[in-house]
Design a protein around this ligand. Structure first.
Ligand SMILES: [Zn+2]
Length: 489
């Protein structure tokens, strides 16, 4: 029985409200049987001579697509969200809005488990993925909350998730509406019943949530007035968020390791982003592919393509560090455990480097230098920084203080923790080409996701966007309104 079939079996033929499972039984049953069949189980009291520690009864199960409906080898699985979630679903940071459906109530067991692809499922799915994405970065933030761009001066306004925000092949984050909006569409030439819901894609939901989180960390980065590379950082952060969220889930990491035999460059679901959406648009490896070989001189000022250069460099660093750590720990740890650990450490490194980068106009070389410096500061082996320098240099992002000869000829000493190429552990590099269009031209956002196309990030002055606090629709029209005010004297 495949994973997908098993879970369908679990949820089929049951009312949306689910079945209550007595806790004493649930603990003794294999996870796959914990819902269905629990009622028929042995009802005798459990013999328990010694009291057992009982965890604080907080948290709920949600059913989510591990990738999206088209990635059937992973399918739909229950996940545990270990915080308090109210009917909605809603918690202190995130709420859900679907007219005529929300608030969605928890079932008798306190869980948000619904038949896949029902409106209730879509609400719970979108909420769960947003919540997990936020939780992942808050863990990297030392357990501290990350404010949304409007959370200043005691403002605690939530972000609202709209799982069925309208028709269109798109999804976006909007600061003026304090919202994440997921649209749905029927691909060209397909019957009307083949609707693609962007809220059902873990990649798309976590990508858009990445925009919201980065806008909270760096409110000055979304403005189209920045260099194209700053726009590229936003798009790339969304894609990398989807990859890191995938690798933060042990069952996904294990499925990936088994599928690829622990080779991150093998073709798989991991670097392929938004598979179902991409296929609907005729792309076989997803909407974009993190495992690419693009360099900056190949991408001009087109932000979507520029973002793939950064994503590709970080993905290559992830693959390098994993190969190194796998070799070093292969006799002591399971490859899946090593991958989860390596991905979490790299995600934390990226998070810290972004926080330490300039408030506006950030370039790839700025983040690369922070990656090097934070890595050195936290005591990573020197070879980590060699990987970073090499991969950013090969992409024509930075200069190459370490000769690339060993990398390019495939003779890098991958098992030598102190390897630097020439003995220099450099933590400050320069931009490869200061005259690059990716640094000097206007941003071309025509192929970016819906977030980057929003007028609020194009017409609100960069200095206004860089300030935290609420942003109104009138802020977008401010220049025009001021002109009208003068004309209507
Ligand atoms: Zn995006």
């Amino acid at each position: 029985m495949t994973v997908h079939q098993e879970q369908s079996h679990l949820s089929q033929g049951r009312p949306a409200g689910g079945t209550e499972v007595p806790e004493a039984h649930a603990g003794r049953l294999a996870p796959r049987f914990r819902v269905e069949g629990a009622a028929e189980a042995d009802t005798r009291p459990v013999e328990r001579p010694v009291p057992i520690p009982v965890p604080t009864p907080t948290g709920h199960r949600f059913l989510i697509y591990k990738q999206d409906p088209s990635v059937t080898e992973l399918g739909v699985r229950p996940v545990f969200v270990p915080t308090v979630v109210l009917n909605g679903p809603a918690d202190a940071r995130v709420q859900t809005d679907l007219s005529g459906v929300t608030p969605v109530a928890r079932n008798a067991g306190g869980d948000f488990i619904f038949t896949p692809n029902t409106p209730q499922f879509d609400c719970a799915h979108a909420f769960a993925v947003v919540r997990q994405t936020l939780a992942m970065y808050e863990r990297h933030n030392g357990g501290n909350p990350i404010p949304f761009a409007w959370n200043v001066n005691g403002n605690t306004d939530r972000i609202t998730v709209f799982p069925h925000a309208g028709t269109g092949a798109n999804a976006f984050y909007t600061r003026t509406s304090k919202a994440l909006k997921f649209l749905f569409f029927t691909p060209q030439g397909q019957p009307p019943s083949n609707v693609v819901f962007t809220c059902r894609s873990l990649d798309i939901v976590s990508h858009e949530t990445g925009h919201a989180i980065l806008d909270g960390l760096k409110p000055g980065w979304l403005s189209a007035g920045n260099p194209p590379q700053t726009g590229g950082l936003h798009e790339s952060f969304g894609d990398l968020t989807a990859i890191f969220l995938t690798l933060a889930q042990p069952d996904q990491a294990e499925a990936f390791v088994a599928l690829t035999k622990a080779n991150l460059h093998d073709k798989s679901f991991l670097p392929a982003l938004a598979e179902e959406f991409g296929r609907a648009l005729g792309m076989s490896t997803g909407l974009r592919n993190a495992d690419n070989d693009l360099t900056l001189s190949q991408v001009s000022n087109e932000v979507h393509a520029i973002s793939q250069v950064f994503t590709g460099a970080v993905y290559d660093v992830l693959a390098d560090v994993y190969a190194f750590e796998l070799g070093r720990r292969r006799r002591t740890e399971d490859p899946t455990i090593v991958l989860i650990d390596v991905a979490a450490r790299l995600c934390r490194l990226l998070f810290d480097a972004i926080v330490a980068s300039p408030a506006t106009g950030a370039r790839y070389v700025d983040v690369a230098n922070k990656l090097l410096q934070v890595s050195a500061g936290r005591g990573d082996p020197a070879i980590y920084r060699t990987f970073i320098r090499n991969r950013f240099a090969v992409r024509e992002i930075t200069t190459a203080p370490t000769p690339l000869t060993d990398l390019m000829s495939g003779v890098m000493r991958m098992s030598d923790a102190e390897y630097t190429g020439d003995g220099q552990d450099v933590t400050e590099v320069e931009a490869h080409d200061e005259l690059s269009a990716s640094l000097r031209a206007e941003q071309d956002r025509s192929r970016c996701c819906g977030t980057m196309q929003m007028p609020e990030y194009q017409f609100v002055p960069p200095e206004r966007l860089a300030k935290r606090g609420p942003l109104e629709d009138d802020d977008i029209l401010r220049g025009e309104l001021d002109e009208l005010r003068r004309a209507f004297k």
